[in-house]
Design a protein around this ligand. Structure first.
Ligand SMILES: Cc1ncc(COP(=O)(O)O)c(C=O)c1O
Length: 330
């Protein structure tokens, strides 16, 4: 922080140079950023900024979604756009253009990034112009796209499995859980609490004692009778990965690895007694949980369904029919 005696009044050039110094102190791997407010794309992370009075920043009036970039193709973008549009409607956010225009900006920003693998996250805000609650008069909705290297998790999660704890934080009310808004305070606190207690992540339980979801992932199980069970999507985010895996898992029923697939309420006691417990999401893909609080899950080792589902998902991400090729220039 600047000293208390004099605070400089900065020129625009000084602001840019301080933003660059900030990035030099703390390097990031953001490859390209589109901003409707800048009316274009920047590749210098120092310039990936948003006005402080944008309501996304000071009121959390914004939504987002993230799609994976795999081998130069965007995976399952339509499902992520469906959810983005639903979240916008539930949040009373106006779109800056049509679905086709939004898709086009996402694809073009990805092309400029040059990245073949990573993540594409995009946000919609109610825009700048006041410090009120509701959108400012004349505010244009803001649309932002960031292409970055993606979140990564320890290899151990996949080879040995991970440990989760029941969070002490209350689950979001259903409307806020099914809307992918930028208000992730409960999710952040849950993850921090779990790490502080020596676990890898947390699990929300709903008011009726059913299994909810994890910080940025869904939770699913394989029962003793080898049924793949997933919570309903009434109280948790409808994960695009979960929805896709519920389809892909049918192949495991055909192979005899599973006996059925069910989407229903899952009491905590049933989850703890499961043969396998899984975390599912665009960034984690499929990760086996081997301990929940003090309860060892199954035989305490990653199970066959977790491995098989991960293989099916990775295959779908590389060569399925839900891929959009990115028109790179080189
Ligand atoms: C709270 C929450 N639940 C579940 C998920 C999994 O969703 P997806 O599979 O679309 O990544 C996410 C990630 O977006 C999330 O933030």
């Amino acid at each position: 922080m600047a000293g208390s005696s004099t605070l400089p009044i900065l020129t625009a050039d000084e602001v840019v140079s301080h933003l660059r110094a900030l990035r030099a102190r703390q390097p990031v791997t953001y490859r390209a950023f589109y901003s409707s407010q800048l009316r274009g794309i920047v590749t210098d992370p120092a310039l990936m900024v948003i006005p402080f009075d944008d309501h996304l920043v000071h009121r959390g009036h914004g939504i987002f979604d993230t799609a994976a970039l795999v081998g130069g193709k965007i995976y399952d973008l339509e499902a992520h756009l469906d959810r983005f549009l639903l979240s916008a409607e539930r949040s009373k956010l106006r779109l800056p253009g049509s679905r086709g225009e939004i898709r086009d900006i996402i694809i073009k920003t990805t092309a400029v990034s040059g990245r073949r693998d990573g993540s594409i996250r995009y946000w919609l805000s109610s825009g700048p112009g006041s410090l009120e609650l509701g959108p400012a008069a004349g505010a244009e909705p803001g649309f932002f796209v960031m292409v970055f290297d993606g979140l990564s998790y320890p290899e151990r999660w996949y080879t040995e499995g991970l440990k989760v704890m029941t969070t002490t934080y209350p689950i979001k009310a259903p409307l806020y859980a099914i809307t992918k808004a930028t208000n992730y305070l409960p999710n952040v606190l849950m993850q921090m609490e779990a790490k502080e207690a020596g676990f890898d992540n947390g699990v929300f339980i709903d008011a009726d004692g059913y299994v909810g979801e994890s910080s940025n992932m869904n939770v699913a199980f394989v029962t003793g009778g080898r049924v793949f069970v997933h919570p309903t999507f009434d109280n948790v985010l409808a994960g695009c990965t979960s929805l896709r895996l519920l389809e892909l898992a049918r192949a495991l029923v055909d192979q005899g690895l599973l006996t059925g697939i069910e989407v229903r309420d899952i009491p905590v006691a049933e989850g703890r007694a499961a043969r396998e417990m899984l975390l599912l999401g665009s960034s984690v893909k499929v990760a086996p949980v081997v301990q929940w609080d003090s309860q060892v899950i199954g035989d305490g080792r990653p199970g066959p369904v977790a491995k098989a589902l991960l293989r099916l998902l990775e295959e779908d991400m590389r060569s399925g029919d839900r891929l959009i090729p990115v028109p790179y220039q080189d």
